[in-house]
Write a protein that binds this ligand. Structure first.
Ligand code: ADP
Ligand code: GLC
Length: 484
């Protein structure tokens, strides 16, 4: 159950994960249904979706449907509730005015409520063995399932086990307490032992409190969120349930992210034949109005531009790149201040810095293929996917040593270079000075073409697919079933 799924709707890594994991689970014998709101863009892509069940009253409106179809190998079930999801403009969470949709509490309670009905076998004659919830938008399902258990032993037995994956603890689905009467929940669910959260309510808390397994998207982040510093108010509750918490690093979908077959790149290349990567660099430099040069490194950013991602640190560390004559290409969207700062930088450093504000999937592939390195200076990062794409594309990641970034990149220190295991650059603590040092180290290595290519090859051949993670999820599902 999810609010995003690539290629149907995407604002970040959650979509990539939910679009790929079911496909990776299929060969292991796991049959899935992805439950997703029928946003207008999704409905347009899934014209073949057919009614599975009618829902006469879904939090107001004239009635709703669950509809289903197969798309890109995924079995997708849609919550078709025009009064909640069929909106012009904006995105899944934010309206055209840049603010959250004012009824997000109802929109994602509705998604979660429908999810609970499916879990209980009340929709379309199909009942899952395990329910997997992704992030706060789906987490209230756990509250509806918990409430269903209250109706006696037989009812409790009919509730399938559940797992919550926390993709980002910063997003907690917090709403004022006074919306609770609209949520179809018993009064006991909105107390301190339920979803009450520092005077408000939190949908994420429902999942953390009541799911049978808790997961997040890297082992390091799983440890970090148990600390007061990074627990974002949830550390106490998470600690109490730490025996159920597991960190599984995301994979990447290499049907979509493989420089040898990527439809969006100018010249395909691979670890065995890296040379054509240079054509992609030149093509990107031309596209962005950068000087066409092979002798200076081209760093890139493909990201949400928010405080989490730490780009204020990159702005501060820019003198290091300027001093080395290095180039920077930014593709991102987010906080106005950070957007403006990168745009100003591009104006004052024409030919050296280029900034594209917007969300552009094909362009993100061209960035990965054309750049020499990708900068991910996040203050916290549950997993991070762009550094994984960077590894796959021989675009060496320069990353903060936090969360999934710490788990997926091996720093090119002397020992790692000597042993041939380095795949990128890490820095810690996460500040502008240490980022500057890492950028400088990257520039120095770039100047040594053979050494750089050795690291590129190592990065490109490192296993980053879904194989390991899919097995780990299956293991979690099996434990859930065994524990019944
Ligand atoms: P998060 O989910 O926190 O934003 P991830 O690194 O896990 O971070 O995933 C981000 C995903 O969104 C990646 O697939 C990345 O390529 C994509 N992405 C981010 N910003 C843009 C953008 N401006 N244009 C295209 N793709 C983007
Ligand atoms: C979140 C996290 C990111 C992670 C993604 C997919 O958006 O911020 O680190 O890669 O979810 O799990």
């Amino acid at each position: 159950m999810t609010s995003e799924c690539y290629p149907l709707v995407k604002t970040g890594g959650l979509a990539d994960v939910v679009g790929a994991l079911p496909l990776a689970l299929a060969p292991l014998g796991v049959e899935t249904r992805v439950l997703l709101p029928a946003y207008p863009g999704v409905r347009e892509q899934l014209t073949a979706a057919r009614k599975i069940a009618a829902i006469p009253d879904l939090f107001g409106g004239p009635g709703a449907l669950v509809a289903g179809t197969t798309a890109e190998g995924l079995q997708v079930w849609l919550v078709e509730a025009p009064h909640l999801f069929a909106r012009k403009g904006g995105g899944p969470y934010i309206g055209p005015d840049g603010n959250d949709w004012p009824d997000n509490h109802l929109r994602f309670a509705a998604l979660s409520w429908v999810g609970a009905q499916i879990a209980l076998g009340k929709v379309g004659g199909w009942k899952p063995d395990v329910v997997h919830l992704h992030d706060w938008q789906a987490a209230l399902t756990a509250a509806y399932l918990h409430a269903a258990k209250g109706a006696g032993a037989a009812a409790a037995k009919a509730v399938p086990p559940s797992m919550l994956t926390i993709h980002n603890l910063a997003f907690q689905g917090v709403f004022p307490h006074d919306v609770t009467p609209a949520l179809k929940l018993p009064a006991t669910a909105v107390t301190h032992d339920g979803i009450e959260y520092w005077g408000n309510i939190s949908y994420l808390k429902a999942g953390v409190q009541w799911c049978d397994r808790l997961g997040t998207v890297s082992p390091t982040y799983a440890r970090e969120i148990l600390t007061h510093e990074q627990g974002m108010g949830f550390d106490g509750l998470l600690k109490a349930r730490a025996d159920r918490l597991v960190g599984i690093v995301n994979g990447i979908d290499d049907r979509i992210w493989d420089p040898a077959t990527d439809q969006h790149v100018a010249a395909p290349y691979s670890a065995r034949r890296i040379a054509p990567k240079e054509f992609n660099k030149a093509a990107l430099q031309v596209e962005l109005g950068l000087h066409v040069r092979t002798d200076v490194p081209l760093f890139c950013v493909v990201s949400r531009l928010t405080t989490q991602k730490g780009f204020d640190l990159l702005l501060e560390a820019m003198p290091v790149l300027h001093a080395r004559g290095a180039q920077l290409a930014v593709l991102g969207t987010g906080d106005r201040e950070i957007q403006d700062a990168f745009q100003r930088l591009a104006e004052t450093h024409k030919g050296q810095v280029a900034t594209v504000i917007g969300f552009d999937e094909p362009m993100s592939h061209r960035f990965q293929a054309g750049a020499d390195a990708i900068v991910v200076p996040s203050r916290f990062e549950p997993c991070g996917l762009t550094q994984l794409y960077g590894l796959r594309y021989g675009t060496l990641p320069v990353v903060a040593r936090v969360g999934g970034l710490a788990d997926t990149v091996i720093d090119a220190n002397e020992a790692a270079l000597r042993d041939g295991v380095a795949t990128g650059f890490q820095f810690s603590p996460v500040d502008a000075m240490q980022l500057g040092v890492a950028l400088d180290r990257a520039c120095a290595l770039f100047a040594d073409t053979l050494a750089w290519q050795r690291v590129q090859k190592r990065a490109m051949t490192r296993e980053v697919g879904w194989g390991v993670a899919a097995g780990a999820y299956l293991d979690q599902y099996q434990r859930l079933l065994a524990g019944r």
